[in-house]
Design a binder for this molecule. Structure first.
Ligand code: AMP
Ligand code: MG
Length: 686
């Protein structure tokens, strides 16, 4: 693990802000190695890799500087989005010796090819460099993103535009890419650069961020030296394998920092183990498990099962954020007018006023350049930046004008009809935390603060299998003794509306070998499998019987109505939820148990439906000992009525109802007007 530096020779004595490398080999951490300059380092790393390959070792090499620039930059400079083309471009131009290099000149030259000032800034030299401002504030708006996507997740990281000052990444990347290019050329065919290439070569080279893995340095130890060893140890302990390429973020232009947004490399060191065979085992004793106990058990034992990818914000509906979404800009970015009218300085006292107009106007997208003199007003339109010298807007309907002045009555508060900069969202604020499921409204919120791409979990692939010799797909001819498959189309639709990828596994006959084959195939294709039917303990309940043989099976007898036992197990490590066959029971069990469980597996929160307490329009006496879910709907009076028949064979009752009434585990006597809990189907996303 290498802590990089973009500076000049640091001398013979080990010191901070130089290049440091930490090596862990065969589980043993070596002393951190100090390099006074890049030339010494480069010859060392070539020797190190040569020796490793000669000894048939695998090596993971990490560098703590960006492997790519924010999207658009490479294309501007080289005409290509390919980061390796950009590496070569820098390799061709960077001149590096222990005493001097041309990084500031190169940055100035690139700036010179762009209109405006920037985006590079910071000059560590005494002489001025054309097009390279010394201060970041001297820049015009950056034509490229200020940060890479990954840096919006890595709080506290520097941008690649800053060339001077402590920790400035801008110099490190310019001086680093040529070295990476050399490595890539010298070890061609034996080195893979993550995340641009699959990790299928003996040398894996990737960007790291030691802050993720290393705590504070022990007293008396140089921070850089501590960090490289701590990072090497932490990554070594995580048993990185080429499999991790599977969870690599698709960041083909900008690159990515290893360990951020990757479930298997949680920066806190909490790598979720695969589900254990006994994860569904319930404490023995109680024959009937209360609903809440069953839910708590699921919540405690399930975990995210999907990798991470980056999608356009407009494609984000229903996707689960893999990390916090950060505002890239304030909203509104500047104070602006909420109405059409005239901008002036507030507050305005009570009484009649006449205020001269100044020339020009402020419109949305066309800000007023000058300053409005004291005692003057300026024509302004909705959405326009509030001009300098003013802070308040008077509504055009409230004034009269002759073209030279406006007349109106006060009072008017300072700031009236103006929106303050950042009053809605501040730049850098967490707009949504990780695990949040993106709604259509959220898409507008994220877009408003400039978020074009979001890092989300890959969609959970949920397979749905119906079982039973009697089941036939709707649209087919049903022979005597057959019934139509009501569950599969309903469950597939529910899965889609919950934001997952639905995988139709078809109908399995009551034949153990066939179901086994279907489950084998399903476990390849899906992250989790829902079955309906065949989940009890009868002789035709083959799903239960098969799961029983895996040693992971649990049949939860849940104290609820409707609902027969819920069968749970792992098939080739993939969770299987065996729902009851009866469509009403399958529906209720899916809403109560499968929905929150799938949400957690998709990387989201455990979900609890939000209900309302409303007066009952029915009466019912219920004994103690089980929870009941009644198909129910709102009446025009705002009370809740229930379907006249409680028979769970009545599929049409699901259409009649708009939700469920949840009656508690305890005994209850409901009569008209008794408050009951109503859970609308909407609250289940159903
Ligand atoms: P099982 O759990 O297999 O004993 O099935 C319980 C009841 O649900 C039986 O009456 C089945 O015929 C019925 N059933 C099972 N699967 C479905 C399905 N996919 N669609 C409609 N009814 C079903
Ligand atoms: Mg059956």
């Amino acid at each position: 693990m290498v802590d990089w530096s973009g500076g000049n020779d640091r001398g013979a004595q080990p010191k901070a802000d130089a290049i440091w490398a930490g090596v862990v080999q065969d589980g043993t951490a070596q002393e951190p190695i100090y390099f006074r300059n890049r030339q010494v380092f480069t010859s060392w790393v070539f020797d190190f890799l040569d020796a490793a390959l000669a000894a048939d070792r695998k090596v993971m090499v990490g560098f703590d500087f960006p492997f790519g620039y924010p999207v658009g930059f490479g294309r501007h400079v080289t005409g290509s989005d390919d980061p390796f083309v950009l590496w070569e471009w820098f390799a061709d131009r960077v001149e590096d010796s222990p005493k001097a290099n041309n990084r500031f000149d190169i940055a100035g030259q690139i700036n010179g090819t762009l209109p405006g000032m920037g985006p590079y800034w910071g000059n560590g030299l005494k002489r001025d460099i054309a097009h390279l401002p010394r201060k970041g504030l001297a820049r015009d708006p950056n034509p490229f993103p200020e940060r890479r996507e990954i840096e919006t997740l890595a709080k506290g990281s520097f941008t690649c535009w800053q060339l001077a000052g402590a920790g400035s990444v801008g110099s490190q990347i310019i001086m680093g890419l040529p070295v990476l290019h050399k490595l890539r050329m010298a070890f061609a065919g034996q080195i893979a650069i993550w995340p641009f290439e699959p990790l299928t070569k003996p040398i894996a080279c990737m960007e790291i961020w030691p802050t993720l893995f290393a705590g504070p340095a022990p007293d008396g130890m140089i921070k850089d030296a501590h960090q490289v060893i701590a990072t090497a140890k932490a990554l070594h302990a995580r048993q990185l394998t080429p499999d991790h390429a599977d969870v690599a973020i698709s960041a083909p232009v900008e690159g990515w920092i290893l360990g951020i947004g990757q479930p298997k490399l949680d920066p806190m060191g909490l790598i979720p183990p695969p589900l254990r065979n006994d994860c569904f085992a319930m404490p023995q004793g109680a024959y009937w498990t209360p609903v809440d106990t069953a839910l708590a058990h699921l919540q405690a034992n399930l975990q995210a099962a999907t990798g991470v990818e980056s999608v356009s914000v407009g494609d984000g509906l229903g996707r689960v954020l893999a990390g916090p979404a950060i505002a890239l800009r304030a909203h509104p970015p500047a104070a602006n007018a909420a109405v059409d009218g005239y901008a002036l300085k507030g507050p305005i006292a009570k009484g009649a006023h006449e205020v001269p107009l100044c020339d020009g106007r402020a419109a949305a997208g066309v800000p007023f350049d000058g300053t409005v003199p004291d005692g003057h007003a300026l024509r302004i339109l909705t959405g326009a930046d509030i001009p300098a010298g003013t802070d308040t807007v008077i509504l055009q309907e409230d004034i009269t004008t002759n073209g030279a002045a406006i007349a109106f009555h006060g009072p008017l508060k300072k700031g009236a009809n103006a929106r303050a900069a950042g009053e809605d969202m501040k730049k850098g604020e967490v707009v949504f935390p990780g695990k949040h499921q993106v709604t259509l409204r959220d898409i507008a919120t994220l877009a408003a603060v400039g978020v074009g791409k979001i890092n989300v979990r890959k969609q959970l692939r949920v397979g749905v299998l119906s079982t039973g010799d009697e089941i036939v797909a709707p649209g087919k001819i049903a022979r005597r003794g057959q019934i139509y498959d009501a569950n599969r189309p309903m469950l597939l639709g529910a899965i889609r509306s919950w934001g997952h990828a639905a995988v139709d596994l078809g109908i399995a006959p009551d034949d153990r070998d066939t179901i086994r084959d279907m489950l084998d195939a399903a476990a390849q294709e899906c992250d989790v499998i829902l079955t309906s039917g065949g989940a009890s303990a009868g002789e035709e309940d083959h799903v239960s019987a098969l799961l029983e043989n895996t040693g992971s099976f649990a049949l939860w007898r849940i104290a609820m109505k409707p609902g027969r036992p819920l069968a749970l197990g792992l098939w080739n490590k993939k969770p299987v939820f065996g729902l009851p066959g009866n469509p009403v029971a399958a529906c209720v069990c899916a809403l109560i148990f499968a929905r929150p469980a799938l949400s957690v597996m998709a990387g989201g929160h455990w979900l609890t439906p939000l209900g309302y307490t409303l007066p009952a329009a029915f009466s019912k006496a219920k004994k103690e000992g089980r929870r009941e879910y009644l198909r129910a709907r709102l009446t025009p009076e705002g009370t809740v009525e229930v379907f006249p028949s409680e028979g769970s064979g009545r599929v049409s009752s699901l259409s009649w109802a708009t939700g469920l009434v949840e009656l508690p585990d305890e005994a209850i006597h409901v009569s008209e007007g008794t408050p009951v809990r109503f859970l609308p189907f909407d609250a289940f996303g159903f």
